[in-house]
Design a protein around this ligand. Structure first.
Ligand code: ADP
Ligand code: F6P
Length: 319
């Protein structure tokens, strides 16, 4: 391949810029031209495509968000949108595309590959909910942000002898909640993957209260939700003043951590390596300490196990 494109799609994630930088510089080092496709698949449909050189991606490795912007593109799912996207690839001479995003973006990449534009997916989402990889770009930064926020909440919960019920992001998955919950020493972590009852959380609060604990942090995954109601019920039964906080989009921003910058750089490199050999319809992932790649179709059909050992450790150490 002589000319490739790169786009970011779906929810942004810290480290996407590091991935874009890696794709651009690796591509150029391998003798290719690299085009930036703006606002995800929308840029492909609208022909919003820019030239990138090694200096276009200077000064972005440390920045959150994505300099290529991102979007969700319902039009891309239609045959008409797909045809316009293909036309624009032809017009700009784009022979392959690196798609940085989540599972939805991978589906788009699969469809484009089937229509003759080979794509390679790079996992970018704070949720770490992509089955074909143990790690997604943005996860570490989001966890660190959530941890710092909850540390601050703990200060005030401690001063007031309160219970704080905190919702963290993760869409339908509890990976972000589980690791953040361990890192902040939460009394309970509620995730959509495992059943729970508010009454059992209350029982645990009362049990730990007997051993002298006076303030409590409860981490609730977005996929569980209902933090206001959970806080209200805890206060009603235990008499402990309780507050609910939804952390929200603060978790999506900020400078990427070392892990996200390095992982993004490695994954971007691996994606371009594949395209340089004419290989598309693949996704890059991380498994057992190595960068790996899979067929997109296979990747989308994989199941990601929930870490029960970690869930048990969280429960055991939070007494
Ligand atoms: P993420 O990539 O983070 O999972 P989305 O699910 O919003 O985010 O998907 C991003 C974009 O990928 C969508 O706006 C759409 O353009 C494209 N996409 C999502 N699902 C499909 C699908 N089933 N077929 C084709 N394209 C899709
Ligand atoms: O996928 C990332 C994520 O932040 C999820 O954790 C959350 O459910 C969703 O995106 C929020 O989407 P939006 O940016 O559209 O509010």
């Amino acid at each position: 391949m002589k000319k490739i494109g790169v786009l970011t799609s779906g929810g942004d994630a810290p480290g996407m810029n590091a991935a874009v930088r890696s794709v651009v510089r690796t591509g150029i080092a391998m003798g290719m031209e690299v085009k930036g496709i703006m606002r995800g698949y929308n840029g492909l449909i609208e022909g919003d495509i820019i030239d990138l050189n090694v200096r276009s991606v200077s000064d972005i490795i440390h920045r959150g968000g994505t300099v290529l912007y991102t979007a969700r593109s319902p039009r891309f799912k239609t045959e008409e949108g797909m045809q316009e996207a293909i036309e624009n690839c032809k017009k700009h001479g784009i022979e392959g595309i690196v798609v940085i995003g989540g599972d939805g973006s991978y589906r788009g990449a699969r469809d484009l590959s089937l229509h003759g534009i080979p794509c390679v997916g790079v996992p970018g989402t704070i949720d770490n909910d992509i089955s074909s990889t143990e790690y997604t770009i943005g996860f570490d930064t989001a966890m660190n942000t959530a941890m710092e926020m909850v540390d601050k909440i703990r200060d005030t919960a401690q001063s007031h002898d309160r219970c704080s019920v905190v919702e963290v992001m993760g869409r339908h998955a509890g990976y972000l909640a589980l690791q953040t919950g361990i890192a902040v020493g939460a009394t309970a972590i509620l995730v959509p993957e495992r059943e729970f009852s508010v009454e059992s959380v209350i029982a645990k609060i009362m049990e730990t209260q007997k051993t002298g604990k006076k303030h409590f942090i409860i981490i609730v995954a977005e996929g569980v939700g209902g933090v206001e109601e959970i806080a209200r019920r805890i206060e009603e039964v235990t008499g402990i003043e309780s507050r609910a906080t939804v952390l929200g989009h603060v978790q999506r921003g900020g400078n990427p951590t070392v892990r996200d910058r390095v992982m993004a750089t490695e994954m971007g490199y691996a994606a371009v390596e594949l395209l340089s050999k004419g290989i598309g319809n693949r996704v890059v992932g991380f498994k057992n300490g190595n960068i790996v790649n899979y067929d997109i179709y296979d990747a989308l059909n994989m199941k990601k196990p929930f870490d029960d050992k970690m869930y048990k450790i969280a429960h055991t150490t939070s007494i």
